[in-house]
Design a protein around this ligand. Sequence first.
Ligand SMILES: [Zn+2]
Ligand SMILES: [Zn+2]
Length: 80
Amino acid sequence: MSDSEEEDDALLCPVCLDLLYEPVVAEPCGHEFCEPCLRKMVAKSAPAVRSRCPKCRQNIAYCERDEGTENIHLVARLIQ
Ligand SMILES: [Zn+2]
Ligand SMILES: [Zn+2]
């Protein structure tokens, strides 16, 4: 196991514990989730709670995606 570093862990979504699918990056903590998982998280959480990163429990201000600015805005709107 000399080749595997923390990279492996970074590819896993902390919500579904599977490989990241269309990953989005939560800011400001920088953790990654699948976009579908993020949507589910937002839908499940009570309005007062807002969205917290399931990995570090920080409040998520917004999420970024490497490609597709429309999706960035979409996810950001879901959170707020
Ligand atoms: Zn996921
Ligand atoms: Zn986090």
